[in-house]
Design a protein around this ligand. Sequence first.
Ligand SMILES: Cc1cc2nc3c(=O)[nH]c(=O)nc-3n(C[C@H](O)[C@H](O)[C@H](O)COP(=O)(O)OP(=O)(O)OC[C@H]3O[C@@H](n4cnc5c(N)ncnc54)[C@H](O)[C@@H]3O)c2cc1C
Length: 497
Amino acid sequence: MKDRIRKVVVVGGGTAGWMSAALIKRVLGGAVEVELVESESIGIVGVGEATIPPIQHVNAVLGLDEAEFLRETKSTVKLAIRFENWRVQGEQYYHTFGAPGKSQAFCHFHHFWTRAQSGGFKTDLWDYDLNYLCCEENKFVKLQAQDKMWDMPYAYHFDASLYGVFLRKYSEKRGVKRTEGLIEDVNINAESGHVESLVLQGGGLVEGDLFIDCSGIRGLLIHQKLNTGYDDWGHWLPCDRAMAVPSERFDETLPFTRSIAHSAGWQWRIPLQHRNGNGLVYSSRHYSDDQAADILLNNLESKALADPKIIPFRTGRTRRQWNRNVIAVGLSSGFLEPLESTSIYLIQSAIVRLLHLFPLAGVTPELTGEYNRQSKREYELIRDFIILHYYLNERDDSQFWRDTRNMDVPERLTNKIALFRSNGTLVQDHLDIFLEPSWLQVMLGQGVMPQDYHPIANQLSDEQLQEKLVKTMQLKKEPLPKIPGHDQFLEMFCKQD
Ligand SMILES: Cc1cc2nc3c(=O)[nH]c(=O)nc-3n(C[C@H](O)[C@H](O)[C@H](O)COP(=O)(O)OP(=O)(O)OC[C@H]3O[C@@H](n4cnc5c(N)ncnc54)[C@H](O)[C@@H]3O)c2cc1C
């Protein structure tokens, strides 16, 4: 069917719903009408508090004032994730948003480092990464340096409910219509199979031309009405449940997320200005909910502020995330456990993709086909990156870790690991949000050491190589004494005049 799109209906008012409404309205302005329907009686999932740096693009497009954003959403800064007990118990490594050293054409810094290691000049690669250095000293400031040497990419931890409130205020101010109501039925056009309208409890009708299904895990339109298939990836990522609980804040807020592996899952700790967000992601085949609650509550280190909330999930993706005139965004489009904080990014990316391919003149198979191809690839690349953390473990304390170590993984991932192991080569796939430094840190952190390095690293003499490394570390550390503590930064930056 090829009908001009005049009205977009967003189904659901969680992070996905309000991000979609805000971005569509901001970018398309008066070209389309936007109405969002949500039900307070159902509420939102209420988790999803750690982000990755591309969130900055959303804020920039929306034209947000960063200080106001931090204040209103009780945000803290996120420079990294610290993985604890992932390779073996008692060990930790960081996946920072930065990069070690400074790369030169054709040859990443880690090749020089690898050569130096093999020649006996042993240093820690992370000591060449400013994000890491700031994490270790609990520091942060927005650096204005031109030189890539001092790039310090960052994201945020925010309160998911406050983020929704913030985006709602933003969207309503710009003309998004919000309708409170419980959707009881969905009307389909008998001829085209397209969704025509939503039927609300009490009989109200919300009509539209294009529907963004942001109704959460249930997938009210995409699954319950259109029966779009689902690719289940549970055989690669066996965790299928989460338990979340807020707790009192600590005296100091860290500028990174903690991810602490347990015997059959892992626990997150997300520092916010007013509290900590905590949760356990686990496999229900290995832990009962009571066991999970014990593990979570015994590892909080500050007082719980509510009862734990259980969230079952199914890892995988909706097969056609754009089906007819319905686009699934957020949890309705699939779910990958929050190990690398990618779900909010996937919301952003879905909306950006939709805006790029927006069917103003009507939905066509070419547009839906392209959208679905890109979405599939993007989901699969993130999936592989998450599998990497499990697959490369060397823990021997439980069947869970032995099983994930011995599973067959997607071929693309096997090849990436083999390439890196052989000579440190990293492959940048199109549409992979995780760039080479991310793959590098997780592979090294999980214990894969390259057996060789790029020949360009041989162009330096031993003395020149050592000098390069010493100088790089000195330069990286240069700004540290002037960088304030993370809490000090938040206090100064968020202060209202
Ligand atoms: C345990 C866990 C931890 C996570 N951690 C992270 C993280 O750290 N970082 C990250 O990026 N992502 C994370 N995520 C993902 C993140 O929470 C979601 O991507 C995000 O919250 C978006 O959710 P949503 O808007 O799709 O769904 P929801 O928040 O569930 O919203 C669904 C909306 O649909 C409405 N609705 C549903 N049915 C009806 C109906 N019949 N009538 C009317 N309205 C209806 C509801 O009222 C609600 O407004 C996590 C997810 C889980 C499960």
